[in-house]
Design a protein around this ligand. Sequence first.
Ligand code: FDA
Ligand code: NAD
Length: 435
Amino acid sequence: KMAEKSFKYIILGGGVSAGYAAKEFASQGVKPGELAVISKEAVAPYERPALSKGYLFPEGAARLPGFHCCVGSGGEKLLPESYKQKGIELILRTEIVKADLAAKSLVSAAGDVFKYETLIIATGSTVLRLTDFGVKGADSKNILYLREIDDADKVVEAIQAKKGGKAVVVGGGYIGLELSAALRINNFDVTMVFPEPWCMPRLFTADIAAFYETYYTNKGVKIIKGTVASGFTAHPNGEVNEVQLKDGRSLEADIVIVGVGAKPLTALFKGQVEEDKGGIKTDAFFKTSVPDVYAVGDVATFPLKMYGDMRRVEHVDHSRKSAEQAVKAIKAAEGGGAVEEYDYLPFFYSRSFDLSWQFYGDNVGDSVLFGDSNPSNPKPRFGAYWVQDGKVVGAFMEGGSGDENKALAKVAKARPAAESLDDLTKEGISFAAKI
Ligand code: FDA
Ligand code: NAD
């Protein structure tokens, strides 16, 4: 029963960008039947960051429909039925396996064909797997990854099945830090393993990382640095029981969580669209090299205007804003108008235990710490600035208030000159607050 359906607009993907693009279409007005959202997930677009945080709480855990888009930015919550009410066709459990951009058609795994006039690619990222690197035993049961809600349900199931057991977390990035905390809160005996000399090396300086590592250690998380998981062994029932490390050590494990990075899902479009830095190349309106095809969120490599270069950003704030920008550009062009170029200020954040940090701007150049970064204090409150060519280009703060976080954004946007690193350390957040 193969079907062919035609839409004016198709959003391919059902994640954060898709939710925010749908919201923007709805607020500008779409006619019934004009817009479809096609997702391989079984649920309507939701705020993905919840999966590594509230979703894993031992009590009062976040569950759908509580965190459908667009509640994460205080926007209207689009429930599954909201799409219908707004005339948007939400096509779930449907994986697109073939895209023909020249013919303007998509084909699903079931063989259904979807034609469009305008396509927004919002396929996001997929996790890197240890099996891809040929790590022995990496396909054992209870070696888990986290990207989509189905993955999160598996993590919840394993937490319940292995109550109070031993967990090994492979990777020292976002997933590594957020999942180590979540497992510890669930009373697991947690060991983190990562290859670099300190955690979150993509963003943190050694000083910033030292705070988090000591804080985590004080919470009972064990940290093993400078090595990787080189193999796993399993019980006769297939469930993992031990992790072998490259440095020769081995660790008992009832659950293994792997967070070793993600890669953008661009394979469907290989050879059909221009790529850059591993993503689909776009302009400041998220238009790709192919007419009527846009790419937003994790998959887009776009001009980051304030730094004058092309970037790909794997964070939720950009996925929301790029989606809104693309839809605004599409609608404006239809009316013969235009919108301003995307002028993005990078913004990343994370939360774990009682901690919460925000970062704005670019983490390049020299960096200085300010405030009280003693991890034993009940309410740690400290920050960092990055200075390049005499200007403050990046700002970070743990435990900042709403106003202080706004000040971080302002300073990263304004890029004021800094007299000296010493002065910045002394002035701390008041330097940003003056801007
Ligand atoms: P996203 O991954 O959200 O959506 C892609 C969608 O496309 C999925 O629904 C997928 O199933 C679908 N899809 C892909 N291929 C398809 C195909 N062929 N056919 C049909 N459907 C297809 N960021 C941040 O700033 N702060 C945070 O705290 C967090 N926390 C966080 C936690 C976890 C667990 C993850 C995995 C990620 C974060 N992030 C984050 C990152 C943030 O969630 C991420 O950058 C955005 O979700 C990206 O939005 P996209 O819409 O681009 O991809
Ligand atoms: P990441 O890039 O943040 O971290 C990957 C880490 O994997 C590296 O820092 C390194 O420590 C480690 N690593 C690499 N190879 C390894 C190996 N062979 N063995 C052990 N460790 C290894 O990626 P992630 O944490 O997996 O996150 C996946 C995606 O989800 C990213 O796009 C990320 O931005 C997103 N995410 C973001 C947030 C947030 O912004 N708060 C939260 C969760 C996830």
